[in-house]
Design a protein. Structure first.
Length: 176
């Protein structure tokens, strides 16, 4: 599981006009047998990178991170995102990574935001492919968020606390 990945390409870098925490967004593309995907890696202060991905055809949809594709390529797509993160780690040896497992939304069903299916799949992938030698794993099941703190940081606990404060400021709904 999670052994194969798709070839990915770095498309561009977007820089925010003004942001207290966000440095830039690295945009990548990859293609399955049927569908083109966009992976966005937001680079924040403290060498924190948050990855998000969606189908290119859904880029203007509000719930693009919550849609099901029915392609049955989940493990290979998640593996591709992990390989993108590994490529970032090669350029930034202090990089720490995170994600939010978006809740599934279909016409018939809306999953709750706590301990989502995506969160559980991503968590399993991180534990299987990344392990805990290089990264300390921190998660919040209630909000389906996951942070892998690079152990090269001085204090994993202090780093995790700083990251939580930053993301509480950026996404106040996560601190509710």
């Amino acid at each position: 599981m999670f052994n194969e990945h798709y070839t990915f390409h770095k498309a561009n870098i977007e820089r925010p006009i003004s942001d207290k925490y966000l440095i830039c967004t690295h945009n990548y593309t990859f293609k399955t047998e049927k569908t083109q995907y966009i992976a966005k890696v937001e680079q924040y202060i403290h060498n924190i990178y948050i990855i998000k991905f969606f189908r290119k055809q859904d880029k203007n949809r509000k719930n693009r991170y919550s849609l099901l594709t029915n392609e049955r390529k989940c493990t290979r797509i998640v593996s591709t995102c992990i390989h993108i993160l590994i490529s970032i780690l090669k350029n930034d040896e202090l990089a720490s990574f995170g994600f939010l497992g978006a809740n599934t939304v279909t016409k018939e069903y809306e999953e709750g935001k706590s301990d989502t299916k995506r969160f559980r799949i991503y968590k399993q992938a991180m534990e299987n492919l990344i392990g805990d030698k290089v990264f300390a794993h921190s998660m919040d099941k209630q909000h389906s968020t996951y942070l892998m703190v690079n152990r090269k940081n001085v204090s994993v606990e202090d780093f995790t606390d700083q990251a939580k404060l930053m993301f509480d400021d950026i996404f106040p709904q996560l601190s509710e």
